[in-house]
Structure formats: structure tokens, C-alpha cells
Design a protein around this ligand. Structure first.
Ligand code: GDP
Ligand code: MG
Length: 178
């Protein structure tokens, strides 16, 4: 039946305060194009969406409130059990890019960049004139940390559907490689 084919994925959305993590997750929830539907309550910290991709059903649970501190806390082992890590920075704020690199460093140290889906996301691409992190610079960092890279705008809903698809396809790719 349908339930048997549903794959459950745990997704951590990481990054500095104000980069747009919650806005990205909110855009995922309303992604009509991707056939998603939200089953979580507004006040819940975890957001769950169902998504149909290439005839396969996925249940994604998204967590967008973790910080670098919880990531490195040895007591917090829920951080290690994710299928995908989405590391967000704002391309208008270099400090948030540096925090994203710190997070990528930790993910690589733990071996997750080799075994899990890790995607570096430069958000706020609509703010063209305020850009302080170039696409090439971020691409170079993504290559050096062996992770995927995308630029999005949660404000104008640009490439957020693509990011959702990328998360699932990267998880599938990693599973095939293992
Ligand atoms: P979080 O702290 O990472 O969860 O960030 P939020 O999702 O709360 O967003 C922080 C602020 O940035 C809010 O005022 C959002 O409206 C704004 N924001 C988020 N994404 C974008 C974007 O792509 N472009 C612009 N211009 N603003 C954004
Ligand atoms: Mg938030």
C-alpha cells in the first residue's frame, strides 16, 4: 500500500539567526507545485510535510531551531541522526557565511558530508544590491567541504521548490553511494 512506500526523512535546517531558515521552511509548506501538505500545528517546533517525487512518497520532518552550540553538544545526539543538513547563510551578511562555514566544518569532522546530504544555501538572493558573498566564493567553499550548493530567496519564493527537491534527491544519491 501507500504507507509501505513512504520514506521518512529527518532534515535539519541550520544557520545563524535571521538568515531565513523559518521563511524557507514556511515556503516548503505552501509548495503546491511539489504536492506537499503540512500536517504539523503552527506552534510545533518540528514541521512535517508529505511530498510526492517521481512516484515516491516522502515524509520530511524539518527542524529549524538548532544552533552551532546544539550541533557540537555531545549530549544532543539527535543532531547525528538526520538524513539531510541544510546550512543556510544570508548572502547579504558575511558573518552568517562564516557561521555556515563553521557548521560545515563540524559536519565534515563528524563524517556527515561523506554519508549524508549536506546542502549549503545562500538565501536572500532578491537583495541583489546588498550582496556581500559572491556565488563563486560560496561554490568554492561548497566544493572544498564536499557539499551541495544553491542560492534561494524565501521572500520571493525563488528556488525554494528546487531546494526541497534537491534535499530529497541528495538523500537518495547518498543512499545509493553507501
Ligand atoms: P531565521 O532566524 O533563520 O529563521 O530567519 P527568518 O525566517 O525568521 O527570517 C529573518 C528575516 O529575514 C525576516 O524578516 C524575513 O522576512 C527575512 N527574510 C527571510 N528570507 C528572506 C529572503 O529571501 N529575502 C529577504 N529580502 N528577506 C528574507
Ligand atoms: Mg527561525
Amino acid at each position: 500500500g501507500q504507507e509501505d512506500r513512504c520514506t521518512h526523512l529527518k532534515v535539519l535546517v541550520l544557520g545563524a539567526v535571521g538568515v531565513g531558515k523559518s521563511s524557507i521552511v514556511t515556503q516548503f509548506m505552501s509548495s503546491e507545485y511539489m504536492n506537499t501538505y503540512d500536517v504539523s500545528q503552527d506552534d510545533e517546533l518540528e514541521k512535517t510535510i508529505f511530498l510526492l517525487l517521481d512516484g515516491e512518497e516522502y515524509e520530511l520532518t524539518l527542524f529549524d531551531y538548532h544552533t552551532l552550540a546544539t550541533l557540537t553538544d555531545p549530549e544532543e545526539d539527535s543532531m547525528g541522526s538526520a538524513d539531510a543538513y541544510v546550512v543556510v547563510y544570508s548572502m547579504t551578511d558575511r558573518g552568517t557565511f562564516e557561521i555556515a562555514m563553521d557548521i560545515l566544518f563540524v559536519l565534515r569532522e563528524r563524517g556527515y558530508t561523506a554519508t549524508r546530504a549536506v546542502i549549503l544555501v545562500g538565501n536572500k538572493s532578491d537583495l541583489v544590491r546588498s550582496r556581500t558573498v559572491s556565488t563563486n566564493e560560496a561554490k568554492t567553499i561548497a566544493i572544498s567541504y564536499e557539499c551541495n550548493f544553491m542560492e534561494t530567496s524565501a521572500a520571493i519564493n525563488h528556488k525554494t521548490d528546487d531546494l526541497l527537491v534537491r534535499i530529497v534527491s541528495q538523500v537518495r544519491l547518498k543512499i545509493q553511494q553507501l
